[in-house]
Write a protein that binds this ligand. Structure first.
Ligand code: ATP
Length: 234
């Protein structure tokens, strides 16, 4: 069953000095209980599409089209963007957990966030630690749609594998029936993790592939196989 849908989503940005269509007529259907990976070259519109779904587009961007999105949480690429600097990370995580009755210790554990850092402020964390705190915040919010932007960019391969398996557990064990959308350029790890059901690929703001992971990863489309080859070394 579908948890979130978008149809004909177009996002235009206009900074006053520069304007462009950065997502162009995108269609997406995210099934409950599944993990979808969103791939594409740098600048292809992945974050803008995700932020349109999450309702967190920057002021310079405007979206049109149809969105059917339930409760949603967006874990940004830079974890610090998920927190304010005026309260400790622990205070902010507790504020998310308490009204929902979600388990702080379990979420920190799943996200590999060391719970002894809870009393620290954002800027007292390392980049990798605050990224994992942001993932813990996403788990604690327990949304029906969890969007994670580059989950493994700041950790080494061993920890990255554990984080990917937590993403796989989210719609199957933590919030059964939820959907996960992961933006990643870590194609090798994504494919190795075995947790991704579907792959959507963007090129210049347009969806050029949307299928089961194995079908996209085995695609003989020249653009897609060149893109994947650059990451997988084939
Ligand atoms: N705050 C912003 N205001 C205006 N334009 C923006 C803003 N953020 C991104 N853009 C533009 O939108 C386009 C798509 O950017 P987006 O961040 O979605 O790409 P991406 O596929 O996520 O890239 P990356 O893999 O490098 O993160 C780019 O051309 C970028 O310049």
């Amino acid at each position: 069953m579908s948890v979130a849908r978008m149809k004909d989503l177009t996002v235009r940005v206009d900074t006053g000095r520069w304007s462009a269509t950065v997502v162009d007529g995108a269609r997406l259907d995210l099934a409950g209980g599944s993990v979808t990976a969103l791939l594409g070259d740098s600048g292809s519109g992945k974050s803008m599409l995700a932020r349109a779904l999450a309702g967190t587009l920057p002021a310079t961007a405007e979206a049109s089209g149809t969105l059917e999105v339930p409760s949603v949480a967006y874990v940004p690429q830079s974890g610090a963007d998920a927190f304010s600097s005026s309260h400790t990370v622990g205070e902010q995580l507790r504020e998310i957990a308490e009204p929902r009755g979600t388990d702080l210790a379990a979420a920190c554990d799943r996200a590999l966030y060391p719970a002894d850092r809870l009393d620290l402020y954002v800027e007292q964390h390392s980049g990798g630690e605050i990224d994992r705190a942001a993932l813990a915040a996403g788990f604690l919010a327990a949304p029906e749609l969890l969007i994670v932007d580059e989950p493994s960019s700041s950790v080494d391969d061993g920890l990255a594998e554990v984080l990917w398996s937590a993403l796989g557990a989210y719609p199957r064990e933590m919030v059964p029936g939820a959907a996960v959308l992961v933006i990643t350029s870590d194609i090798g790890l994504m494919s190795h993790s075995g947790i991704v059901d579907s792959v959507v690929m963007l090129r210049d703001g347009r969806v050029i592939a949307d299928d089961e992971a194995a079908a996209v990863l085995g695609s003989d489309d020249p653009y897609i196989s060149r893109f994947l080859g650059a990451y997988l070394g084939r």
